[in-house]
Design a protein around this ligand. Structure first.
Ligand code: KG4
Ligand code: ZN
Length: 341
């Protein structure tokens, strides 16, 4: 029987229907345009937009899956971490639906769900847990940069996270200094394509630190000073591309080096990556090359599952219900600061 999943932790309203590891529908309504003029996500606007979009998204998800509400066997939603007002909309709607339908409800950790999105492959997407193996997982988004040791299904350990800015935040803030619109990550990716990544030398913070933590605020600051000293550079299209490529190379170098180092230290034969920044083409190529060199298997989330989506919430919830008693009380509360264990 199918499971209905809802994700509203940040600025994507998403509803999915999954059934036995298969994604029957995954509707994502993105608010990026709405927040663009503010240069970041405005929590109250996000919550209001989730309220507006949630029911239409749910209707569409059920229709695309050819499933009626009374055929839903369980309901899941993101419980945290995330923006409190945004989380509340999806979480409370899901609880109410589960209560009215008399079905179990599962509250899901957003980052734990990201650990499973790289296993979704094919069309329609199916979770390939037959080939699941212990891995080191990189989760890189606008709000988070995490390195996680996934020892087995539903058994993980947080290795490290950012001590200041997230990798996506660094892309966005550096891009703002360069004059690019929010979110700047995709634009830097595009401009970097025609640039020389060795043109300018930016710091690779904590790259040699044996810990698995990250730091990106120093890199952003060095871009600020660099532009203060070379403002003329922004008027030259080729040098602008070189700048984007050089900033991107610094971020990607740190992410790839630390991920591969952790995988080798923990002797895992598999690396996975998800989160908005894992759409970055250079990161994908560099991870692929490094993993091939080290004979490590690489599972990158497909681009539609890199960014926030309810399919990953549903897939994990289904797995939890199957492998261990996992129901969350119908009156449980959101956990906006829920740490990944
Ligand atoms: O996972 P996501 O959609 O949302 C959350 O942050 O929760 O990630 C958005 C982040 C933004 O910082 C955006 O600039 C970055 O992912 N991003 C990229 C690319 N696509 C999205 N950064 C670099 N290259 C990209 N192609
Ligand atoms: Zn996310």
């Amino acid at each position: 029987m199918p499971l209905l999943a809802i994700e509203t932790s940040c600025d994507e309203t998403s509803v999915a229907v999954v059934h036995e590891g298969r994604v029957l529908s995954n509707v994502v309504s993105s608010q990026t345009k709405l927040h663009e003029e503010y240069g970041g996500v405005v929590p109250e606007l996000a919550a209001r937009e989730h309220l507006r979009n949630l029911l239409p998204a749910a209707r569409m998800a059920l229709r695309e899956a050819s499933v009626s509400a009374d055929q839903i066997d369980a309901v899941a939603a993101t419980r945290g971490p995330g923006l409190p007002s945004a989380l509340m909309v999806g979480f409370k709607a899901a609880q109410a639906a589960a209560f009215v339908l008399g079905r179990p409800f599962v509250g899901i950790h957003h980052h734990e769900a990201h650990l499973y999105s790289p296993w979704l492959k094919g069309q329609p997407p199916v979770a390939d847990f037959a080939h699941f193996q212990p891995n080191v997982s990189l989760i890189v988004s606008g709000g988070h940069t995490l390195l996680v040791h996934v020892r087995a299904e539903l058994d993980h350990h947080l290795l490290g996270s950012t001590v200041d800015d997230a990798a996506g935040e660094c892309f966005d803030k550096a891009g703002k200094l360069i004059g690019l619109p929010y979110p700047a990550g995709p634009e830097i990716d595009r401009l970097a394509e025609g640039g020389n990544p060795r043109a300018y030398d930016f710091p690779r913070p904590m790259i040699d630190d044996p810990k698995d933590d990250f730091s990106f605020s120093g890199l952003k600051t060095s871009v600020r000073y660099f532009l203060r000293d070379h403002p003329e550079l922004l008027d030259d299209a080729q040098r602008l591309r070189d700048l984007c490529a050089s900033v991107q190379a610094a971020i990607v170098d740190v992410l790839v080096t630390k991920t591969i180092r952790a995988a080798k230290r923990l002797r895992v034969g598999c690396v996975t990556a998800s989160g908005g920044v894992s759409c970055n083409r250079s990161l994908r190529q560099r991870l692929a090359a490094a993993c091939a060199r080290e004979r490590i298997l690489l599972f990158l989330a497909e681009k539609s599952f890199c960014t926030d989506n309810a399919a990953m919430i549903g897939i994990l919830a289904e797995r939890k219900l199957k492998l261990r008693p996992a129901a969350t009380p119908h009156d449980a509360d959101i956990l906006p600061n829920w740490a990944l264990g």
